[in-house]
Design a protein around this ligand. Structure first.
Ligand code: GLN
Length: 504
């Protein structure tokens, strides 16, 4: 992207409306940028160049015919678990390496209707299981702020693509933090909406009672535009909510006077990095300076969140992933098999990576006779306690404010051998999913190494408008979301075997 090309949806949309820029020029600039930075960042598994240029021409045609809209001609990427008609959708897994869906996910249809331009499918941890992108079967994405570090996961490619300027917005999914954690590590804004706010039709299921679709962009304003486009009831997803979709952009008044922010002591405990705590405490003062009220709240079951999550999520995953058996979708082992079970076994052995296998084993165990009561049922009870914690806290505050994660982006390889350490990066994000609440991560500072820090804001169900209003007011008062990583250099040896060009 030339330095004159806009880096936010808002700026690009104004330039497009004013006729200063065509969608075709913008798409070409993005494809040039992708070609320049992908060898280092590896945020994308598929670059959809032909599709991008066709979408852009169509957007220009629609504008010429008198249409307008904030996403008309805007380049976006999709995490590679959104079904895209005619475009490979791998879920970061060998088992779906060559899978080409025959239909679009609901969110994809809605973005296309709004005129968005698809430039690529983003890298991810296999089946969205991970916090670093290192579980991608096609090699990890790298953090644009420091290519030696992870971008976070599981939607790491989506966050890295926005941070590196390869697109202006992206979609990901968040089951236990997979939008907010990479947003925080990559210095961008990411929103996990309320469970049910966005249809999951055409989105590969990981843990169905927790999964939710959400947007990434540089600013809260841009994220609000994307949420407005993808939210709403869909008869094809029975868990999608019938609640009307408010005008999220109209909610961005800049006014947080009288809004009560609850600060949970449990999220400022041991283990949180000094720079993270300092930045988040400064953010609290910034909001107070804007007229917000700050109150102490308690979320006493926070420390049980990770344990309950890893029982519930793995149990649901073991069931959801049973469908990958070499019969209906994707890879089938070529090794000879004398009977059906053996074919399943070979296929799943070859197709799934180590973390996915670990989760299937854990989940199957937790659901098995004799262990169900001891593990799965108990985890569901803890889930209720976590949910009640939030309900009580929201009796005395409008929003809850915490760090997104205890630390900043870690080095590639640093936590691969220690799954538990990896799981703990999500200690502040997982409880939100257990309770089904919306959560927003916005950039709020940088640590000693120059790595971005994320501020997390949480709201009661379907109160995204408040969440976005607070995040936007914070961004009007700060410039962390305007900082960009230093120029991304030449290839640093990331594997990129799966990033071949593929046209629609
Ligand atoms: N890191 C968590 C996990 O591995 C959350 C992933 C997600 O939100 N998809 O399950």
């Amino acid at each position: 992207m030339s330095s004159s090309a806009p880096s936010t949806i808002d700026a690009a949309s104004r330039a497009l409306a004013a006729g200063e820029l065509s969608a075709t020029d913008l798409a070409s600039a993005m494809l040039d940028r992708i070609a320049a930075v992908e060898p280092t960042v590896h945020a994308l598994l598929t670059v959809t160049a032909d599709r991008a240029l066709a979408d852009a021409r169509e957007a220009d045609r629609r504008r010429g015919a008198g249409e307008s809209g904030p996403l008309l001609g805007i380049p976006i990427v999709l995490k590679d678990l959104f079904a895209t008609d005619g475009i490979r959708t791998t879920c970061g897994s060998r088992i779906l390496e060559h899978y080409v869906p025959p239909y679009d996910a609901d969110a994809v249809t809605r973005l296309a209707r709004a005129g968005a331009v698809l430039v690529g499918k983003a890298n991810m941890d296999e089946f969205a299981m991970g916090s670093s992108n290192e579980n991608s079967a096609f090699g990890p994405s790298r953090n644009p702020w420091d290519p030696g570090r992870v971008p976070g996961g599981s939607s790491g490619g989506s966050a890295a693509a926005v941070a590196a300027g390869e697109c202006l917005g992206a979609l990901g999914t968040d089951t236990g933090g997979s939008i907010r954690l990479p947003a925080s590590y990559c210095g961008v804004t990411g929103l996990k909406p309320t469970y049910g706010r966005v249809s999951r039709y055409g989105v590969t299921a990981y843990a169905s009672s927790l999964d939710q679709v959400g947007p990434f962009a540089h600013t809260v304003r841009d994220v609000s535009v994307l949420l407005g486009a993808i939210a709403g009831h869909d008869p094809r997803d029975s868990t999608s909510a019938p609640q009307p979709v408010p005008d999220y952009v109209a909610a961005l008044t800049g006014d947080v006077r009288g809004l009560r922010f609850g600060i949970p002591a449990e999220y400022f405990a041991d283990g949180i990095a000094t720079a993270v705590e300092k930045s988040v405490r400064e953010a609290i003062e910034t909001l107070r300076g804007l007229g917000a009220t700050v109150v102490d709240v308690s979320l006493p079951h926070t420390s049980y969140g990770i344990a309950a999550y890893y029982l519930i999520a793995t149990a649901e995953a073991s069931s959801n992933l049973a469908r990958y058996d070499g019969v209906k979708y994707g890879h089938r082992a070529k090794r000879g098999a004398d009977e059906l079970l053996e074919m399943y076994r070979h296929t799943r052995d070859e197709g799934f990576g180590a973390e996915v296998k670990r989760r299937i084993l854990l989940g199957t165990y937790a659901l098995s006779a004799g262990y169900y009561d001891a593990y799965y049922r108990k985890a569901q009870k803890v889930r209720t306690l976590v949910r009640n914690d939030f309900r009580r806290a929201f009796e005395t505050c409008d929003l809850i404010l915490t760090p997104t994660s205890p630390g900043t982006a870690f080095r590639i390889g640093e936590k691969v051998a220690d799954p538990l350490a990896m799981y703990l990066s999500d200690v502040f994000t997982v409880p939100t999913n257990l309770a089904g609440l919306p959560g927003l991560s916005v950039p709020c500072g940088f640590d000693e190494a120059g790595l971005p820090i994320g501020l997390q804001l949480l709201a009661p169900p379907f109160e995204e408008a408040d969440l976005l209003r607070a995040g936007d007011a914070y961004q009007r008062a700060t410039d962390f979301h305007e900082r960009r990583p230093a120029e991304i250099g030449a290839a640093s040896g990331g594997r990129s075997e799966a990033s071949e060009q593929q046209s629609a």
